[in-house]
Design a protein around this ligand. Sequence first.
Ligand code: MLT
Length: 328
Amino acid sequence: MNIKKPLNALFAAVIGAGLLLTGTANAQKYPDKPITLVVPFAAGGPTDTIARLIAVPMGKSLGQTVVVENVAGAGGTIASAKVAKSKPDGYTIYIHHMGMATAQALYDKLPYDPMKDFEYIGQVADVPMVLLGRKNLPPNNFKELEAYIRTNKEKVTMANAGPGAVSQLCGLIFQSRLGVRVTTVPYKGTGPALTDLVGGQVDILCDQTTQTIPFIKEGKVKVYGVTTPKRLSALPNVPSLDEQGLKGFDVKVWHGVYAPLGTPKPVLEKINAALKKALSDPEIKARLDSSNIDIVPLAKQNGDSLKAHLDAEINRWGPIIRKANIPD
Ligand code: MLT
């Protein structure tokens, strides 16, 4: 009789049980050192702002500092690839917006699979966008902007945060609807892009409301429309792009928190509880309300909901992006 086989199986089972116990013990101790929250865009932009807002209360709940790390570039895909390959121990977590869904249709090949390489912790917030211009750009309203772009075409410069960024998606849907192409100026995030718009170095930018409302109210930038069909309570006099002729224009940016695939379930549960607590913080709600940002309902602040939403959004945006023939 060959006793090697049963012995090997026994050996494997003992090792497996040992690893499981170590994993559980580690999960019980978790967290015993600072946690890194990766942000796929530059500091000072919309994603970074939401990350820094939730990092502090999440750190308090978890009893460890949550350190924000900006891994900017390539529309967020560099950070996604990095997180997908990070150690799944709960010390690397990730916040990204709907670029997690749209990048799939914008790149021929991604070095990660958004549906397979991550654990899903919960949805966070939904953010509308605004189409902005530098303050001395000649057009004063959307109709004038449209005419100006038709006349000046590639002389018009439009900032974005690279393929996979929502500023790029919004800008390219806009150009596709107008049937005119402008010159794209890529940045590592819309934080630096907005700085250049205010400084007059670029002409137009489609950006989230997270930072932009004070600049609009102070007249530091021009605003040509909001990207949701309904007007925003913070900007009641700004018409939507939909009501100004771009029927069906509807871009609202959702966000989710992720971890690398294989992060232990008890660890994910602790992070999720900290996320939920942060999202119920009245100070965070007040800051987000002032930017017309909606925290998602409790029923969406979980991994199953995030994964289902991501899947639906990959299926929603893929055909729209391919039909718009979006090259950059
Ligand atoms: C950012 O945080 O810089 C933005 O979310 C980038 C973008 O997607 O436009």
